[in-house]
Design a binder for this molecule. Structure first.
Ligand code: NAI
Ligand code: AKG
Length: 486
């Protein structure tokens, strides 16, 4: 198919799809087979300026609306997203490799998030505080930040943008969104739902372009009052520094290296399933993915045997094939990075028990596939146990005792999520109290974020703020304390 015959995805500024005339045309590649699924027209700094101007011109009118009026538009966007679940799910699967079932599930999750925040338009935003003066009323209210820049990754191309944009919008901000270029076609399908829902021009804008130009441009733009980001640690830090330097508010959600502890009394069947699902679903490309599997010595060998047997049976393939359990890595860069970590693990002296190879099935040639890998004899300080791989790789670390397992679980610079399998209440309470993680899960896998609860990490995983649930109001608004004397 020629470029002319394919739809070219471009930016959306001031209520219109806008092709940047000078912009580079980039191919969007299906990671399952290397085929081109579309073309994306990159925007440049001039387009970013236009989007910021549009968002700025819309913000006064938008914040004046009642919360319920803003919420009503979010409800409409939710209905549209839900009605297009199959189409958006398929686009996502073809663009970044997630299985069709996972992609549809993520789209449904996007609709649920929109509805949750639509409801926020009706909820209280402040409190009345007794004044120390007589005849006075003191209360808090909240103001939107203004124009919010939203920079998102490719691994959850629907859910992450929505869990940032929905609260930004309902609390009265306008938005300039820079999606990951790797999933720009999916992003455009999301944007179309906002357009069709009838958001006023300028309230939501999407600018597609490189991280260096558009992402960094958002972080440094004097017309953007707050920046929210999910992605890698180095990029997050750069964004935070640029925002801080000009006094803008920022929020960063970055990497994870999430542990699961398997205690001696764990239900091993459940623990194996949770390790597999937490570590390998979405091909391990979740910031909440399980990667450090810390098993106490009493059950180490039995657990290992059960895990390897099950992991070996997982079917790798094109996410559109309903029998596929595990799709390809999302893009070539990610695939090469995962394969290089597998080589590195072997060089470091860890023992590869299964997987970690490019499948030899000729029908998968041309795709960015890696068979799911389990490493044995891993020491906590090895790179494969410390650095975020973002691929289908599990590292098994043996602990002499529960106490040592806890120490090992915290032996990482990250602190996003952590899980434990045990039936012992004392161990559960110690884990909840001592683990350095923003998401603590007991007898459940490390992944599994609920939209109505705060989400974010400790240590290097985040800027220590929280997203989702009611916590989102803290980033997307500023508190005003009002004192009124009668
Ligand atoms: N925490 C998470 O959910 C995610 C973590 N990652 C981690 O990052 C690694 C690399 O993935 P990438 O896609 O390269 O992540 P990335 O951090 O480069 O990309 C995330 C977003 O930031 C933008 N960006 C890139 N460079 C920028 C810059 N200089 N200034 C502003 N924005 C910029 C990208 O275009 C994208 O929209 C992965 O292997 C994984 O370890 C990646 C995606 C999501
Ligand atoms: O586990 C989830 O549902 C969310 C994960 C996430 O936020 C991420 O990978 O960026």
């Amino acid at each position: 198919m020629s470029v002319k015959e394919q739809r070219v995805t471009c930016s959306y500024i001031h209520g219109k799809w806008t092709a940047a005339a000078a912009g580079q045309l980039v191919k969007s590649i299906n990671p399952a087979n290397g085929k081109v699924i579309g073309h994306v027209r990159y925007a440049d700094a001039t387009d970013l300026d236009a989007a910021v101007e549009a968002a700025d011109s819309a913000r006064r009118g938008w914040r004046k609306l009642a919360g319920t009026q803003r919420g009503a538009l979010l409800y409409k966007a939710a209905d549209l997203l839900e009605s297009r679940m199959d189409q958006i799910g398929e686009t996502m699967c073809r663009e970044m490799g997630k299985t069709f079932a996972e992609a549809k599930g993520e789209t449904a999750r996007g609709a649920a998030i929109l509805r949750y925040y639509a409801g926020e338009g009706l909820r209280s935003v402040g409190e009345v505080i007794p004044s120390s003066e007589e005849d006075a009323l003191m209360f808090t209210t909240r103001s939107p930040l203004g124009v919010v820049g939203v920079i998102t990754p490719w691994n959850f191309p629907v859910a992450i943008p929505i869990w940032k944009m929905a609260p930004a919008l309902v609390y009265g901000n306008t938005v300039v969104w820079k999606p990951a270029t790797e999933t720009a076609v999916t992003a455009a399908a999301v944007m179309q739902c906002f357009h069709d829902a009838g958001f006023p021009p300028g309230v939501v804008n999407m600018v597609i372009g490189s991280g260096e130009v558009i992402g960094q441009g958002i972080a440094s733009h004097p017309g953007i009052h707050g920046v929210t980001f999910t992605g890698s640690n180095p990029v997050g830090k750069q964004i935070g520094q640029a925002a801080l330097a000009r006094g803008a508010k920022y929020q960063l959600e970055m990497g994870g290296k999430n542990p699961i502890i398997i205690a001696a009394d764990a239900d091993l069947e459940l623990a194996v399933d949770a390790t597999m699902s937490g570590g390998l679903r979405s091909t391990g490309q979740k910031c909440t993915a399980t990667s450090r599997v810390i098993v106490v010595k009493e059950v180490y060998d039995v657990f290992k045997e059960k895990l390897v047997e099950k992991v070996k049976s997982l079917k790798v393939g094109d996410g559109m094939d309903p029998s596929t359990w595990l799709g390809p890595c999302a893009n070539r860069k990610q695939w090469e990075s995962v394969l290089s970590y597998i080589r590195r693990g072997q060089v470091e002296g860890a023992v590869l028990l299964c997987g970690g190879t490019v499948p030899d099935d000729p029908t998968l040639a041309g795709g960015y596939y890696v068979t799911p890998a389990v490493f044995d004899e891993v020491h906590s300080k090895m790179a494969i146990a410390q650095e975020e791989i973002f691929g289908p790789v599990l590292t098994l670390i043996q602990a002499d005792s529960f106490e040592e397992a806890l120490v090992l679980a915290n032996d990482t610079e990250f602190g996003l999520s952590a899980s434990i399998y045990t039936r012992d209440i004392g161990s559960i309470l110690s884990f909840v109290s001592e683990i350095d993680a923003g998401l603590v899960r007991v007898n459940a896998e490390t992944a599994g974020v609920e939209l109505q609860a705060p989400f974010g990490g400790m240590k290097q995983s985040s800027s220590h703020s929280r997203e989702q649930g009611r916590a989102a109001i803290e980033f997307f608004t500023s508190v005003k304390t009002v004192f009124v004397k009668g």
